[in-house]
Design a protein around this ligand. Structure first.
Ligand code: PHE
Length: 372
């Protein structure tokens, strides 16, 4: 064995024995670095005689190549081992369930609003919105409830402190009283002012009246419905309500009773009762209202949009007619899901929410059953 063979064997052993990339690099510097032993050997070539160089040159070069390639191979091995170790220690099981588990629920009011949107979307209705802080023109005047009208007093309105900018009028020069909307009907006005017929909208949202007991809270929810087109009749109203209530309560044996009533913004006006039956001491919507313990329950107000309201929105009442309805959403939720105290809706009690809430993953669809 020549001296070079011994050196090669030593180096190859050191390379094989390197347990880390750092250790391997020390071996590399030792052999091939600027002061490395092979580098030093290569430097000796210049001082050799041509004959000697002919013999030693290829041998030293061969040694250099052998060592360099052994280092490269070992480096790749160590890098792969390094990666395997990281993959093993940093592994994440993407199939594990989300932590913490889903704890929040969808409030029954939100659920019912989603159900309404789904049902009415299927009938070609869009969802419209309006401000909860309204002015008295949209909330009352344009709805044919003038200043002195007794209906204004009946609404138990929350008025805002007047905020006139200096001269007693608002920025646009029109003096208006601001209030918390007492119903969703002002959205009828806002929609007719900004959209051209045919109009088909529902407007769910918060409404406010100064009233508080087991069945009334100062803030509650309504959904407004509005259809404006040519040739709209009371028949369209009745069919729409019947279709809506059947889809909402998910039963075909829904009976409706339209009772003549009065709203300033509809003419004629009708209050709508729905038939219920008694099941285990609870009122259940549907079935024969004439059965034992059964009866009628008022669920919404409705009517043909008053010609004065249509005119107030700049449309010609001789050309356009329509119907409108308004319905308490909280009430709908109670009837469908069986709560009996409205106040609990707004207490934020986590036990109530867990019990009556809905999974965020259960989006209502007509095909899946809207209350699923
Ligand atoms: N706005 C009425 C209320 O709050 C309900 C209603 C809406 C009646 C539309 C008729 C038409 O009582």
């Amino acid at each position: 064995m020549t001296e070079l063979d011994t050196m090669r064997d030593h180096m190859l052993a050191a390379i094989a024995a390197s347990a880390s990339l750092d250790a391997l690099d020390t071996v590399r510097v030792d052999a091939l670095g600027k002061q490395g032993r092979i580098t030093q050997l290569l430097k000796t070539l210049g001082k050799m005689s041509p004959d000697e160089r002919q013999v030693q040159g290829p041998r030293i070069q061969a040694l250099r190549e052998t060592v360099a390639s052994a280092i490269a191979t070992r480096k790749a091995e160590l890098e792969r081992a390094d990666l395997d170790a990281r993959l093993a220690s940093e592994t994440l099981d993407m199939t594990l369930p989300v932590e913490p588990a889903l704890v929040g629920t969808i409030h029954p009011v939100s659920q019912v609003m989603d159900e309404l949107a789904e049902i009415f979307a299927d009938l070609g209705f869009a969802v419209a919105t309006g401000p909860e802080i309204e002015d008295d023109w949209h909330n009352f005047t344009a709805l044919n409830i003038p200043e002195s009208h007794p209906a204004r007093a009946m609404h138990d309105t929350f008025y805002c402190e007047p905020q006139p900018d200096g001269d007693g009028s608002y920025a646009d020069g029109v003096a208006r009283k601001m209030l918390l909307r007492t119903h969703t009907s002002p959205v009828q006005i806002r929609t007719m002012l900004t959209q051209k017929p045919p109009i088909r909208i529902i407007a769910p949202g918060r409404t406010y009246r100064s009233d508080s007991d087991a069945t009334h809270t100062p803030m509650f929810h309504q959904v407004e419905g509005l259809v404006i087109d040519k040739g709209i009749t009371l028949g369209h109203l009745k069919w729409t309500l019947e279709t809506f209530l059947k889809a909402f309560f998910e039963r075909d044996d829904i009976t409706l009773r339209l009772r003549p009533s009065y709203f300033p913004f509809t003419e004629p006006s009708a209050e709508v009762d729905v038939g219920y039956t008694m099941v285990k001491g609870k009122r259940v919507i549907g079935g024969g209202p004439d059965s034992d313990g059964g009866g009628w329950m008022e669920v919404l107000g409705s009517g043909m949009v008053h010609p004065k309201v249509i005119a107030a929105c700049g449309l010609d009442p001789a050309e356009y007619q329509g119907f409108a309805f308004g319905c308490g959403i909280d009430r709908l939720a109670m009837l469908k899901y069986g709560m009996d105290d409205l106040r609990a809706f707004f207490d934020g009690d986590i036990r109530w929410l867990k019990h009556y809430g809905f999974s965020a993953l259960d989006v209502p669809t007509l095909s899946g059953g809207v209350g699923a």
